[in-house]
Design a protein around this ligand. Sequence first.
Ligand code: PGA
Length: 250
Amino acid sequence: MKRKLVVGNWKMNGDLVRNQALLEQLVRHELAAVERAVCVPFPYLAQAQAALAGTPVALGAQNLCEFDDGAFTGEVSARMLREFGCRYVIVGHSERRSLFGEDDAMVARKTAKALAAGLIPIVCVGESLAEREAGQVEAVLQRQLDALRTELTPAALAELVIAYEPVWAIGTGRAASPEQVQAVLAFIRAWLGEHGGAVRILYGGSVKPDTARELFSLPDADGGLIGGASLVAGQFIEICEAGASASHSA
Ligand code: PGA
């Protein structure tokens, strides 16, 4: 059995009361056949660390600074994330790329920084709708992936998690079709085979309880990165269950 990985990306959502209820429901639900993690906003790391301590649900953050320490007002370093028990950190989410000006080179530097600190980076890649319509999916993915090679050795590349998140499927309720997803995952798998080796590849973008099972069962899918549905305990649990049953058949 190859265990799938299901990661919740809370984005900039939550408050102390709602988080506590959500985290308590997640840890109460035992699911050995799937790896689970939640990536919470920075101010809630301590709360989530306490709630998840001693449970199989791992903690992650949604971003990190490309530098170590010092005069970088407003930034958070990889070391700080480790201090709060983070195992994962999302890097280069399309919202960071499009709204906060992160380019491929910065994403690569952040990825290297995360790995050096002992975090597992979940590096997001994916094309926009315009790029898909222009037939540029593979070119965009190739560019985003090649940038990682400027900062990472093949051994380091093998430590990553890659999340394929087509920008047009994020938060739109319009998940990519299984055929579209599998084609890109296979492309990423081939790239990794050439440059880095075995890496877990997730799909993200409007994954819901009713679509999760099919998406996680695709030949090259190792799990999912879940936004909106990770904020609703019942939905996230159902998606994790879909991950568990896809693990059994993998
Ligand atoms: P979504 O977000 O599931 O709400 O589409 C996924 C993501 O942005 O990671």
